[in-house]
Design a binder for this molecule. Structure first.
Ligand code: GAL
Length: 892
């Protein structure tokens, strides 16, 4: 096998070279001057230079191509150097051999946009992605290949996987997207967290892992490959870390850099669950610690999460929104304070980058039981951009990892009080002065000037508002009844219970199972006399089942491989038992995905009959895949008219399993648009034929949110949850590019008897913005007091600034509160404290009103000193408004 492979490669080699040469000549250097990417123990080496890199995870199909430029630009503005994405095999090859690289799956366009913004690209080809994506990214047809076993040493699987991975690499080469072609791609990933499941496959696991690594590097991509969570990765692949914290991670060889492929800066959510929230202070702490302890590339999973449009959400039962509590929210708006806080952090890391890359390893200094410093010292010419002094550059991180207590430590003669769970960045210029300064004050050589870049505690609060248009959305609806059970001529009858996915091939969430049972007089009297009900028992089912008896809903159950015991009411004679098995996103994590399946497992019985249980597992069942409306594509704008829609006036008694349709005009302006389905039950929605996704109004438990969220201490996905007692997802993103000005068609399929009259539409924008930033508390800057020298030093230092920013197109219309001094309270509850500069409001108003964004320096130089010897802060609450013409049109 190995021999055959290498023979094939040798034969291909000259051919690939020819292709490359041609492309190189035509388009090389389109985005960058071609450069090589290698690595050493410290970092990726990009074009010959070690780099400290911030990477932003954005999955292209979770946004529209129209959103991509803004998302990439906002990532760049937030401080990202790299954009990271998986590829999604089931999106690119929905039918075996038929590829799709269009629309939201136009990965080439996405890659080119990344390049045109001057950012690098890290593609995690997978092809297993996990990613809360349907079936982990595997095409459903893969499970039908005879003899296939996923992610192990299995010939049919390896053949398909290699074909796909090669397809992606070749596509990128043909579009000149690799660094050595002048493109943005600097890094690739094969597989995903295989180390988590490798042992489940026995010795074949390792064989497969090695094969995958070898296959990947053999494709001629010419950039380094990583494997995440793969401690046994071969020496030519970088093993990387995925976790909430990766500072303690070490790669499996001293020749490899420390890379954090997934920094889980938030988490995903399930229907009926509370929403995750990870405080930005903790994320910043985790990242600072990573770079402190030798890290070199950190990727946000996710920087922008986006939306699981259509039926792309993974399982079990993950929601349509993939907001992920990311720095850019589901709509692509800046999520504050997260986005801004992390932007400041990235700036601090960048300031230290020359020193971080110059040192091979840091000097470690223990400062206390839970306090430590790491000093990176090197020589670099980069210092010259800040100072015209001689060389010598140094960066240090001082950490207090105590979860509860602040600590005061001494570092280079300087005292630092460190809040719990915090890291202080220092830039230290090691200055060796060879000449005497003009004014005759001779400095000793190698004196230390400490230039502190301390991340001040910056508090910012932003409140997102939904601006509902004042008119209700629509009162004019059409309806179409969806038959319960068998509706088409493609139904078939078979003995026994067939596995859900074997029948549906995931073409629909829905599979109807219909059987008929005979109930005797004896049974009826037995139940009446004993006052008991028979039950339908299903040994094991996932994700959702509805049980109908004689056309009436008896009950429904949600779960993952759980037992169902449903009491039912039967009549004497023949009774129709109808089970509707519903998938809500196929399993995306774990080993043996091909075997997991969906629907029912084990036996299905009618229990409690006089003569004992009736085993329905061996009965004749009639199967119907999907809904008639899906088959007729009643959501398609062109094919809706013929389907038999009728008016649905208000007051009409609704019936379960109905389709609804209405027309609506787009809200004015360019703000993102969302529909509120909180008045509905469970179903799916389409706008102008685009599949918005599944909706479900399950409510999160009332408890488990906690009144406060303490960022200190290790984060886990259940810490700091929000949204208790609320519907997990009420709002659904309708991308602007799907909308026309007038007469947009919304089609809904609703499973319950809820009516659509209360659906509403909103635009999303940030209305109230608040921020609070403290002035810098300067430690005495040594004895050097000459102003010229100070000026040079201070170029490296920065006066803290408050940045206020409204969404694009919105401007700051009023300052509702401003106080430089010792203000109290928090956003929307600010009040003046004892110390207050009388000019606060006028200074802030002058700097900000009428602007989309503004910055104000936080210092006595700007406001005057309202109270000496007090560390002051500025607190501001401002209002953002859309341009006047839009605010009127939105509310008219
Ligand atoms: C990781 C996985 C990602 C994603 C994440 C949770 O283990 O690699 O793809 O599923 O968990 O959001």
């Amino acid at each position: 096998m190995v021999e055959a492979m290498s023979r094939r490669k040798t034969l291909n080699f000259p051919l690939i070279l020819t292709v490359l040469t041609i492309h190189f000549v035509i388009v090389a250097g389109e985005y960058f001057k071609p450069f090589n990417v290698t690595y050493d123990n410290r970092a990726l080496i990009i074009g010959g230079k070690r780099r400290m890199l911030i990477s932003a995870g954005i999955h292209y199909p979770r946004a529209t191509p129209e959103m991509w430029p803004t998302l990439i630009a906002r990532s760049k503005e937030g401080g990202a150097d790299v954009i990271e994405t998986y590829t999604f095999w089931n999106g690119h090859e929905p039918t075996r051999g038929q590829y799709n690289f269009e629309g939201r799956y136009d990965i080439v366009k996405f890659a080119k946009l990344v390049g045109s913004h001057g950012l690098f690209l890290f593609i995690r080809i997978g092809p297993y992605a996990c990613a809360e994506w349907n079936f982990g990214g595997f095409p459903i047809w893969l499970r039908d290949i005879p003899g296939i076993e996923f992610r192990t040493d299995n010939a049919p699987f390896k053949e398909e996987m290699e074909r796909y991975v090669k397809k992606i690499v070749d596509l990128m080469i043909s579009e000149s997207l690799f660094s050595w072609q002048g493109g943005p791609i600097i890094l690739l990933q094969i597989e995903n967290e295989y180390g988590n499941v490798e042992s489940s496959f026995g010795p074949k696991g390792k064989l497969y892992m090695k094969w995958a690594a070898e296959m990947a590097v053999g494709l001629g991509a010419g950039v380094p490959w990583v494997m995440c969570r793969q401690t046994d990765a071969p020496e030519y692949i970088i093993d990387t870390c995925n976790a909430y914290y990766c500072d303690g991670f070490t790669p499996n060889s001293e020749k490899k850099p420390k890379i954090w492929t997934e920094n889980w800066n938030g988490w995903f959510a399930d229907w009926g669950e509370r929403l995750p929230y990870r405080p930005s202070e903790d994320i910043a702490f985790a990242i600072a610690r990573f770079f402190q302890r030798g890290g070199s590339l950190q990727n946000y999973y996710m920087y922008f999460g986006g939306t699981n449009f259509g039926r792309t959400a993974g399982g079990p039962t993950q929601i349509t929104s993939y907001d992920y509590d990311a720095p850019l929210d589901e709509y692509g708006l800046l999520r504050q304070p997260k986005w801004g806080h992390l932007k400041d952090l990235h700036a601090a890391i960048k300031l230290c980058e020359p020193a971080l890359v110059a040192a091979d390893s840091p000097q470690y200094i223990k400062l206390g039981p839970k306090q430590e410093a790491h000093v990176y010292r090197g020589t670099s010419n980069n210092i010259g951009q800040y100072m015209s002094l001689n060389e010598g550059i140094c960066a240090a991180f001082i950490a207090n990892i105590d979860e509860h207590e602040s600590a005061t430590v001494k570092f280079y003669g300087q005292e630092f009080t460190l809040p719990p769970w915090s890291v202080v960045f220092c830039q230290i210029a090691e200055i060796q002065l060879s000449t005497q300064l003009r004014w005759g004050h001779k400095l000793q050589s190698k004196q230390w000037a400490q230039i502190l870049f301390q991340l001040g505690i910056i508090l910012c609060f932003y409140k997102l508002s939904l601006k509902a248009s004042s008119e209700s959305f629509s009162q004019s609806w059409m309806t179409l009844k969806e038959p319960l059970g068998v509706w088409g001529d493609k139904n078939f009858t078979s003995k026994g219970i067939l596995e859900h996915l074997n029948v549906t091939k995931d073409q629909s969430d829905y599979l109807w199972y219909l059987t008929r049972i005979y109930i005797s007089d004896d049974d009826i009297s037995f139940w009446e006399e004993n006052d008991v009900s028979p039950t339908i028992d299903i040994d094991s089912m996932r994700d959702f089942v509805r049980i109908f008896v004689n056309g009436q809903l008896a009950g429904s159950v949600k779960g993952k491989w759980i037992k169902v015991v449903q009491p039912v009411k039967l009549v004497q004679g023949y009774n129709d038992i109808l089970l509707l098995s519903e998938t809500v996103g196929l399993q995306n994590y774990g080993a043996f995905l091909e075997k997991d399946g969906a629907g029912f497992k084990g036996q299905i019985k009618l229990t409690g009959c006089k003569s004992g249980d009736i085993n329905l597992t061996t009965s004749l069942w009639t199967y119907q895949v999907g809904l008639r409306g899906e088959f007729l594509e009643v959501y398609d704008v062109n094919s809706t008219e013929s389907a038999g829609w009728t008016e649905f006036p208000t007051g009409t008694t609704p019936s379960v399993f109905s389709w609804y349709k209405t027309k609506f005009d787009a809200p004015g302006g360019t703000d993102p648009v969302a529909l509120d389905f909180s008045s509905m039950g469970k179903g799916q929605a389409w706008v102008n034929g685009h599949h918005v996704g599944r909706y479900w109004t399950l409510v999160a438990p009332n408890n488990g949110c906690g009144r406060t969220c303490d960022y200190r201490g290790a984060y886990h996905s259940d810490k700091c949850r929000t949204n208790c007692g609320e519907i997990t997802q009420a709002w659904y993103h309708i991308p602007r590019s799907w909308l026309k000005t007038l007469n947009n068609v919304l089609v809904i399929f609703e499973e319950t008897d809820k009516t659509p009259f209360d659906i509403s539409i909103s635009t999303r924008s940030t209305e109230t913005i608040c921020a609070q930033v403290s002035e810098k508390h300067y430690p005495p800057l040594h004895k050097w007091s000459h102003s010229e020298f100070d000026r040079k030093l201070s170029l490296m230092d920065k006066t803290p600034e408050m940045h206020l920013q409204c969404d694009e197109g919105h401007t700051i219309s009023s300052i509702e509160f401003a106080s430089y001094g010792s203000p109290n309270g928090s956003c929307q509850k600010f009040s003046q404290g004892k110390c207050h500069a009388a000019n606060s409001l006028s200074v802030v108003s002058q700097a900000c009103i009428g602007r989309t964004s503004c910055s104000i320096g936080i210092s006595n130089g700007v406001f005057g000193d309202p109270c000496r010897h007090v560390v002051k802060s500025l607190a501001v609450q401002a209002k953002c408004s859309p341009p006047p013409d839009l605010s009127t049109s939105a509310s008219s």
